[in-house]
Every structure is written in structure tokens, then in C-alpha cells.
Ligand binder design. Structure first.
Ligand SMILES: *[C@@H]1O[C@H](CO)[C@@H](O)[C@H](O)[C@H]1NC(C)=O
Ligand SMILES: *[C@@H]1O[C@H](CO)[C@@H](O)[C@H](O)[C@H]1NC(C)=O
Ligand SMILES: *[C@@H]1O[C@H](CO)[C@@H](O)[C@H](O)[C@H]1NC(C)=O
Ligand SMILES: *[C@@H]1O[C@H](CO)[C@@H](O)[C@H](O)[C@H]1NC(C)=O
Ligand SMILES: *[C@@H]1O[C@H](CO)[C@@H](O)[C@H](O)[C@H]1NC(C)=O
Ligand SMILES: *[C@@H]1O[C@H](CO)[C@@H](O)[C@H](O)[C@H]1NC(C)=O
Ligand SMILES: *[C@@H]1O[C@H](CO)[C@@H](O)[C@H](O)[C@H]1NC(C)=O
Ligand SMILES: *[C@@H]1O[C@H](CO)[C@@H](O)[C@H](O)[C@H]1NC(C)=O
Length: 901
């Protein structure tokens, strides 16, 4: 092997170092092609990126692409100065051992990682000589899965540079005919939509996407650095034959079975909902929302049950009840009252769910157990092996268990195993604003059972993939592939036996090989690869459930196939030799459930090799090329949100499901951009009167004995003195920065030693010796020091200082901001500050054409106005009399500002 080595497991990319802006001119992606061919749902996609080093010295060029998580990379090649460097798939252990040096240099960390919900990113780099070119070629394969009545082919492109010759060609061939096809995604927006051409024939569809350089800067998520987004091609096929569709080619067959014209089966569904403390806040809210929607979608013949659990288990009703209007209303009332509280007893809760279903007669129906949890079992039985054992025994293969893992604290391996053992699947629910939709989406997939106990039998075949299935849901598809034992056999015979509404149904079909083989010669091996892909996927799932020699055998078989078909799977690694570099890279296909990639301070040392001039990325993700070093672009931040969430105990944790190691630089750039002070431009000599827009906060001031309160505006930006009582050395100040609605930070000072700073992420207390930080969304009741107590509630902190009781609310609708309210003023005190007055008296003076009030013995003109009362979580709109600031505050605004928070 000459030179350096790259070991790749799943995705790809490209990069060099330093100043990205100058780099663009030094690296040119002059051609970028993505070709995707889908034959009978099996998609093979090749990305070809041609890049020129325009510098008169050698430099490192980064290749970076994103591919669907479900796909296996099957080929990678670099062509430099006419020489090809091909990736070779090896056993992971062997590759790792061989290149321990690379591994020990920690370079495996960033090469392949999970980005977002559906994509993985692969990147590697190569040093390219002065004024030379490099071609990168990556191929990956996947079987498109039918969900909710359609297949989706996702192609991501983020070149980071405009490309003179950019082409995406997709060809779909489905022999029974394509029933509909739609091209969506952010790359189909704005001017870019004009670059998409869709051509349809009966069995074929072609989608081409040839954006000009100019168009590449014009889409919702694109800018001068080029394309950035996805194309999503959605389609479904015609299904005339109720027995399904069989394709035979080169000794292999595939059978797709997805009937839809059979009656739905009533279902018995039990939802087991985690309401432990960690679910609290938005997760709990979204869960309630999703459940309410799901309940509305139940049909009257369905029976359902609801179980909520923490350390204690609560049943809505002991029995499954029919989904009548009255029962649903009652259940909804139950759902609305679910609140988070204690620990997590998964074992007891699931066993209770099983009992509930078992108590219910199941004849002619389909039973489903759905567990939603966001954490580890923490109470009751906490040994995961014992739990999975108990659950498996209790269910006894009678019905499936689906586990929905909410957020990143879940032990996804545990949930996966428990689901797989019970004929279900585990699904991740990403902690995001659409979590309720994800939950509903999952439910929709299992909402309409059509068949149970499905067994598929074939004659004259071997090495079949899975042939028995517990349940078949409308909108999904049953897929079986295998080898034809005798190649001279002219036909394949299938038999499907299943239960439909309590009675046995049989589907039989015989297809002759010559009728079914209309596969183009260049794709004649696709069925063999499809079979291998499906077999490896199923073996990888199965080995999780096996033990000892059986497990080893399954792994070995999966590995054999991975090596034979050159798939980069969790068991294999791809090794790529590179020219003239004594360095190596190792990458592994991430598994679902693995901790998301954490940002690292430095790039792997490999990228910092001497003489390297720049980082550059030429790829796709399905496509991504160009500069990856940093990208000054807000949209990128949106598509790769880095979350900072506290954990259960309020400690700081970085949570970034989409975090990649560019994020730190991207974030820095972003901050840099927004941190530029916004200076209002005030024309010196306005030709027409200009009413300057003054940002202000509107405060409410309750009135004694009057129905309507007063309100007044406080101009911004100032650091405001909100409350001060010098007799007890107490002050509270607020600062507004990020939001026009409220405060970004509120500070409390007491007796010179106690300081409490509340901002939109945390609540920080310190005195001379201690420093304690708590986070919003995590209840904590313990802080009580020397006249200061802090109680953290879901969207409110309750602060007691001396005899003042103050609440600070956090508002999360739209902007994130804080709002203070004084709930109790000490008797006899006379505090100052904007909130210094608990209330005020006024009188309405009659006889004026404009409303006039008498306040503190002065006549003041007022106007009717509205103000949101942010002291209350729901922020109701309150009618008030708007009066000038100095009419209610003794003094002008400069008396109510501070220089130091
Ligand atoms: C991509 O597909 C187009 C049309 O199907 C074909 O002309 C072209 O050669 C393909 N390119 C590559 C790199 O395979
Ligand atoms: C590279 O280019 C610079 C300026 O264009 C020139 O000064 C330098 O001599 C060149 N170096 C080589 C090795 O050609
Ligand atoms: C299954 O889905 C198809 C397509 O959405 C629909 O036409 C059919 O009525 C559904 N079948 C049942 C039993 O709901
Ligand atoms: C397929 O099945 C045959 C037996 O029918 C077996 O000999 C062969 O090894 C199998 N092939 C693979 C790749 O598993
Ligand atoms: C895997 O392949 C090796 C040799 O390539 C062979 O000895 C072994 O029997 C195969 N294992 C299985 C499970 O097919
Ligand atoms: C809140 O304060 C903490 C520490 O006091 C700081 O780390 C954090 O960045 C602040 N958050 C915001 C949004 O300013
Ligand atoms: C806030 O704390 C005070 C004293 O600890 C208590 O009297 C008051 O009820 C609390 N308010 C809320 C909303 O819990
Ligand atoms: C506010 O007070 C400051 C300092 O006392 C004074 O200089 C300024 O003129 C006052 N402004 C108004 C509008 O009264």
C-alpha cells in the first residue's frame, strides 16, 4: 500500500485549513454530478466531484458528503494524476488493528458521523499537488422503504461553492408503473425550481436538476456559496396484482406485497407514557398534544388504554375501552392532566400494559403496545436485561411492542432490543419543535392494521430474508428476497397466508421468470445486491437478540456479505490508500442510538499537515462540495442546530444532534455577525418628519379601586433599575438585549454578598464562597440561603429576598425572554425602581374630549391601549390607560437606569 490510508465506514467528505474566504479562489469544484438509479425501490447513487487545486503549491482538499443513514457505501475512489485509489472494505477489527496508529491519533472521531435525523456525513481529505486535479467518486446503495403510502429518495447538496457543471440525474424504473411522483425539498424552491425537469413514462421517471451557477445561489437556503439543501423525490407504484410484485433477475428474486383493498382490523392499543421528571416542559407538552390528536384519530371499533408512569403507575381505566366519543372525551381529560414528576419504572409500566391487553379478548383484532420514554429505567427493576427478559416473557410473541425513544437521554440500544424481541421496532423521537408531529407520524404508520400473522412461502428458493410478519399496516410494504435454487427453473411460486379480521386468507401466485425479467443489462446485478443489502440489515438486527455462538454466526454471515458486496456496515471498514502521505484516517458507520458527535475544539491533526493551505470540501450528500471550513450563514445554523440543554440535575450539557465539528467555527462566525451593534440610522436633516421607532417595554401598573390599570412605556435599551430597597440592601436590575419583548437577563443583589443572575438559559447564584447554576426546565427546590430562597418551576422562578417575593417568568413563544413580577412587597417598605410601586391611585376627570386622568395631583392625558401581561404564563392582553413615563414614575428615565447589572 503506498502512502497513506483512509478507512471509511459510511460517509464522506473533503477539507483543507485556514481562511475560507480566500480559499474559494484556490480550489475550484469544476464539476459535480450525482447520478441516482432506482430499480424496483433499490437506489444506487454515485456522486462524482472534480476539483482543481489552483494554487502553485500543494494543498489539502476536503471531500464531504451526506448520505442517508439507511444506505451502505459500496464504493469510493479518488483519481489523482491519472491514478486511481480505490477504497477496499475490510473487517472492522482487522482494519482497526492494521491502522491502530491512525486510530490512536483519534482520527476516527469526525470522519463519519450522524447528522440530523436522516443523514450521515462522510469526509476525508487528500493532498493535491500544485495546479493539479482530483476526482472523488462515491457510491452508496439503499432499499427505499414504503412509509405512509410512499417511497422517498433524499438527495442533499451543500457544495459550499457554486459549480460550473452541476448535474443531478435521477432515473426511477418500476415495472408495475409509477402511480405518482413529486419533487420537493428546499432545492426545489425559488429560482432553483426552474432547474428541475421531470419526465414521466409509464414505468420510468427521470428527474434532472441542472442549475446554472446563477441559479445555485437562489433558493430558500442557498446563497453566494452555492446550493444548500435537499431534493426529496417521493413516489409510489401501481399495484394491480393483489398477490404483490415479483421480480426475478440473475438467480435472485424480490417480492413486494402491499395490498390496500382489504378491510381494516380493529385494534387494541395501549399507550404507556413516561411522565418522569425528565419529560417535563416541552416534551411533556408535545406528548400531551400528540396523544390528544392520536385519540381523535382512533376509530370507534378500536379499543384503547392509557398508562402513565414514573415510579408510580396510573391507569386511565383498568380495562381497554372502546373508542366511543364519551370514552375519548374522558381519556382526553386524563391526558390533559398528565404532568411530569418522579423516576422511571419502565418494567412495571410495560408489564401493566401487557396485562391490560391480555385481559382483553383479542379475537379478530390486532393488539399493539406503544411505550414512550425519554430515559433509562431508574426505579423498580433497573437491570435492563431483566426488564427485556420480563417483557419478552409476558408478551410471549402475541403482539408487538413499539418503543419510542424521546430525546438523547434514552438508551436506544435497550429500546431497540426490547422492540425487536417483541416483533416491533424502536423509533427515535427527536427533541425538536415538531416532536408532536413525529409522534403522530409514527402512530399513523401503525394506525390501520390490515393483516396479522403473515407467513410467506416460496417454492424453489433459498437464503430467504424474513418471511413471517406479525402485522401488516396500510401504507407499508412487506418485502422478501431470496436466491433461486435452480437457475433453470422457469417460474417462482408464492403463497401468502395471513389472518384478516379473524379469518384466514391465502394469496397464491406463480410468475414465470421470463415475464418478470425486464431489468436492463447494466442493472442485472441489482437484485443480488438488493438481496445482500436486506440480508445484512436483517442479520444486524437479529444478532442483537442472539447470544453466544448464534450471535457470532449471524455477525459472521453479515460480515461475509459486507465484504463480498463491499458494503460499509457497522461490521466493516473501508480502507483507502492515498498518495504520498504518511497519514491514515479511520471512520466508522455510526449506529442509531450512539451518542451524537460532540463538537471538538480542534480539527483532527491529520488536517493540519504541513504545507496545507486550505480546507475545502467537495462533496454532496447525497451531496456536499466546497468549503467546509466555515460558512458564514445563518441558515446553516438552523439546519444544524446545536442544543444546549441541561440534564436532570441542571448540569450543563451540550446536546447537538446535528452538531458537527464545524459548528464551533460556524457559531463563532454567526455570533460575530449578529454581535455587530445595530446603530439606528437617523437622518440628520429629515425632509419629512420621521417618527423614530423607539423600542420600549410596556409595563402595567395596577390601580387602586379602578377597573382599568395604568400602563407606561420604558424606552430601551437601558439597563433598568427594576426594584431597589436600600434599607435592606436589595436591588433587582434588568437588561434587554436579544428581544424586544422582554428581558434577556435579570440580576438580583442582596446585602452585597448574594447575587443571583437569571437569564434565558440558566439561574446562577453566587456568594463569596459558592456558585450554583440551575437551568430552566428543571425543578429544583433546594436553594435557601440566609434570607434568599429560589424555587424553580417549569417556566417560572420564584425568588424570595427578605420579605419580597418576586417571580421571573420565561416566555418561549417566538422570542425567548424573561419578565419579572413582584408578588409581595414587604409591609411598610418604600422601594424605588420601575416596579417600586405595587399600585397607584388615579381618578378619571370628566369633561375633557381626550381622556384625562388625575395622577398624583397632576392632570395627565391618557390613551386607551393594550398590554400583554407577561407576569402570567399565558400573557393575556390587558386593556389599560397608557400614560407618559414621568406621570407615574417620580423622575425621568435616567433615574431608573443602572450602569452595571
Ligand atoms: C449520469 O447519468 C447520465 C444520464 O443517465 C449519464 O449520461 C451520465 O454518464 C451519468 N454520469 C455518471 C458519472 O455516471
Ligand atoms: C507561486 O506564485 C507566486 C506568485 O504568483 C510566485 O511568487 C512563486 O514563485 C510561485 N511559486 C512557485 C513554486 O511557482
Ligand atoms: C389504505 O390506504 C389506501 C391509500 O391511502 C386507501 O385508499 C385505502 O382505503 C386504505 N385502506 C383502508 C382499509 O383504510
Ligand atoms: C445459499 O443457500 C445455499 C443452500 O441452498 C448455501 O449453500 C449457500 O451458502 C447460501 N449462500 C449464501 C451466500 O448464504
Ligand atoms: C465467511 O467466509 C469465509 C471465507 O471467506 C468462510 O470460511 C466462512 O465459512 C464464511 N462464513 C459464513 C458464515 O458464511
Ligand atoms: C446565562 O448565564 C450563564 C452563566 O451565568 C452563561 O453561561 C450563559 O451563556 C448565559 N446565557 C445567555 C443566553 O446569555
Ligand atoms: C413563591 O414562594 C413563596 C414563598 O416561598 C410562596 O409563598 C409562594 O406561594 C410561591 N409562589 C408560587 C407560585 O409557588
Ligand atoms: C432627566 O434627568 C437628567 C438628570 O437629572 C437631566 O439632565 C435631564 O434633563 C432630565 N430629562 C428630562 C427629560 O427631564
Amino acid at each position: 500500500m503506498d502512502g497513506a490510508v483512509v478507512i471509511l465506514l459510511a460517509v464522506f467528505l473533503f477539507s483543507a485549513t485556514s481562511d475560507p474566504v480566500k480559499k474559494t479562489q484556490n480550489v475550484d469544484i469544476y464539476s459535480f454530478h450525482i447520478n441516482s438509479t432506482v430499480t424496483s425501490r433499490y437506489a444506487t447513487t454515485t456522486i462524482t466531484s472534480r476539483v482543481a487545486n489552483k494554487l502553485n503549491k500543494s494543498q489539502e482538499i476536503l471531500f464531504e458528503v451526506k448520505i442517508p443513514k439507511n444506505a451502505f457505501i459500496s464504493k469510493f475512489r479518488m483519481i489523482i494524476e491519472g491514478k486511481s485509489y480505490d477504497g477496499v472494505v475490510k473487517e472492522k477489527a482487522e482494519a482497526q488493528q492494521q491502522y491502530t496508529q491512525a486510530v490512536s491519533r483519534g482520527q476516527s472521531a469526525g470522519l463519519i458521523k450522524s447528522v440530523g435525523r436522516t443523514l450521515e456525513e462522510f469526509k476525508t481529505s487528500v493532498t493535491v499537488a500544485a495546479l493539479s486535479k482530483v476526482t472523488f467518486e462515491l457510491t452508496y446503495e439503499e432499499l427505499l422503504k414504503r412509509r405512509l403510502g410512499k417511497y422517498e429518495l433524499l438527495i442533499n447538496a451543500q457544495p459550499m461553492q457554486t459549480v460550473a457543471d452541476f448535474k443531478m440525474d435521477v432515473h426511477i424504473h418500476e415495472k408495475t408503473g409509477i402511480s405518482f411522483l413529486e419533487v420537493k425539498g428546499d432545492l426545489s424552491t425559488d429560482d432553483l425550481a426552474n432547474a428541475i425537469r421531470t419526465t414521466r413514462a409509464d414505468k420510468d421517471a427521470w428527474v434532472t436538476f441542472y442549475p446554472t451557477r446563477d441559479q445555485q445561489t437562489k433558493c430558500k437556503t442557498c446563497d453566494e456559496t452555492g446550493l444548500n439543501g435537499d431534493l426529496l423525490i417521493t413516489y409510489d407504484v401501481q399495484r394491480q396484482n393483489p398477490n404483490g410484485e415479483i421480480t426475478v433477475s440473475n438467480g435472485y428474486f424480490i417480492h413486494y406485497f402491499a395490498p390496500s383493498d382489504i378491510p381494516r382490523i380493529s385494534k387494541n392499543v395501549v399507550f404507556i407514557i413516561d411522565r418522569s421528571g425528565s419529560m417535563h416542559g416541552r416534551k411533556m407538552e408535545q406528548t400531551r398534544l400528540a396523544l390528544l390528536k392520536i385519540l381523535s384519530d382512533l376509530t370507534e371499533n378500536d379499543h384503547f388504554g392509557l398508562i402513565t408512569f414514573d415510579s408510580q403507575i396510573d391507569l386511565w381505566k383498568r380495562e381497554l375501552l372502546k373508542a366511543t366519543q364519551a370514552n375519548l372525551e374522558d381519556a382526553k381529560a386524563f391526558v390533559k392532566k398528565i404532568t411530569d414528576r418522579g423516576a422511571t419504572d419502565i418494567n412495571a409500566a410495560v408489564l401493566e400494559g401487557v396485562k391490560m391487553i391480555n385481559r382483553h379478548p383479542r379475537e379478530g383484532t390486532a393488539s399493539i403496545l406503544i411505550l414512550l420514554t425519554d430515559g433509562d429505567p431508574t426505579t423498580g427493576e433497573t437491570n435492563k436485561e431483566k426488564i427485556t427478559g420480563n417483557v419478552k416473557e409476558a408478551i410471549g410473541s402475541k403482539f408487538p411492542l413499539y418503543c419510542l425513544g424521546f430525546g438523547y437521554d434514552v438508551n436506544f440500544d435497550f429500546l431497540s432490543k426490547m422492540s425487536l424481541e417483541n416483533n416491533g421496532v424502536a423509533r427515535r423521537i427527536y427533541e425538536d419543535s415538531d416532536a408532536d408531529l413525529q409522534l403522530q407520524g409514527f402512530y399513523d404508520e401503525v394506525a390501520v392494521p390490515l393483516l396479522t400473522d403473515i407467513q410467506l412461502n416460496y417454492i424453489g428458493v433459498s437464503n430467504l430474508t424474513q418471511t413471517s410478519f406479525n402485522l401488516y399496516f396500510n401504507g407499508s410494504e412487506i418485502v422478501v428476497s431470496g436466491q433461486i435454487t435452480d437457475n433453470s427453473v422457469e417460474s417462482v411460486t408464492t403463497e401468502i397466508i395471513a389472518i384478516s379480521k379473524g379469518s384466514k386468507v391465502t394469496y397464491r401466485d406463480t410468475v414465470t421468470a421470463k415475464d418478470v425479467s425486464d431489468v436492463q443489462p447494466e442493472h442485472e446485478h441489482f437484485l443480488e445486491r438488493l438481496w445482500a443489502y436486506l440480508t445484512v440489515k436483517q442479520l444486524l438486527d437479529r444478532q442483537v437478540l442472539l447470544k453466544g455462538p448464534e450471535k457470532e454466526a449471524a455477525k459472521k454471515e453479515a460480515l461475509n456479505l459486507s465484504l463480498k458486496y463491499q458494503f460499509v456496515t457497522p461490521l466493516s471498514s473501508m480502507v483507502v490508500t492515498k498518495p504520498q502521505e504518511d497519514q491514515a484516517e479511520v471512520a466508522d458507520k455510526p449506529r442509531e442510538g450512539e451518542a451524537p458527535h460532540r463538537p471538538t475544539a480542534h480539527r483532527p491533526a491529520v488536517f493540519a499537515s504541513p504545507g496545507v493551505a486550505q480546507r475545502f470540501s467537495g462533496g454532496v450528500s447525497n451531496s456536499r462540495i466546497g468549503y467546509s471550513g466555515s460558512r458564514q450563514k445563518g441558515s446553516r445554523l438552523q439546519s444544524y442546530p446545536a442544543r444546549r440543554d441541561p440534564d436532570l440535575f441542571g448540569r450543563k450539557r451540550i446536546m447537538g444532534m446535528d452538531y458537527d465539528d464545524h459548528s464551533s467555527s460556524v457559531t463563532a462566525d454567526f455570533l460575530h455577525t449578529v454581535a455587530v451593534p445595530v446603530v439606528p440610522v437617523v437622518p440628520l436633516v429629515p425632509l419629512v418628519p420621521v417618527v423614530p421607532v423607539v423600542r420600549s417595554h410596556r409595563f402595567l401598573l395596577p390601580a387602586d379601586g379602578q377597573p382599568k390599570p395604568l400602563c407606561f412605556d420604558v424606552p430601551l435599551p437601558y439597563k433598568l433599575k427594576l426594584l431597589e430597597d436600600s434599607s435592606i440592601e436589595f436591588s433587582m436590575n434588568g437588561e434587554s438585549k436579544t428581544s424586544e419583548n422582554g428581558f434577556s437577563q435579570i440580576a438580583f443583589h442582596y446585602k452585597k454578598t448574594h447575587h443571583l443572575v437569571v437569564n434565558t438559559t440558566s439561574i446562577n447564584y453566587h456568594n463569596d464562597q459558592e456558585n450554583e447554576e440551575f437551568f430552566w426546565g428543571h425543578k429544583y427546590t433546594g436553594l435557601n440561603k440566609d434570607g434568599v430562597s429560589v424555587l424553580i418551576l417549569p417556566s417560572k422562578v420564584n425568588i424570595t429576598v427578605g420579605d419580597f417575593i418576586i417571580s421571573v417568568l420565561i416566555h418561549k413563544n417566538g422570542d425567548l425572554f424573561l419578565w419579572p413580577g413582584v408578588e409581595q412587597y414587604p409591609q411598610g417598605s418604600s422601594p424605588t425602581g420601575i416596579l417600586g410601586k405595587a399600585s397607584i391611585s388615579y381618578e378619571k376627570i370628566k369633561g375633557y374630549s381626550t381622556p384625562t386622568l388625575k395622577i398624583m395631583d397632576k392632570e395627565v392625558t391618557a390613551s386607551r391601549a393594550d398590554v400583554r401581561d407577561y407576569r402570567i404564563t399565558s400573557a393575556p392582553i390587558v386593556r389599560c390607560w397608557l400614560v407618559p413615563f414621568d406621570a407615574v414614575m417620580n423622575g425621568n428615565i435616567s433615574d431608573f437606569t443602572v450602569t452595571q447589572l
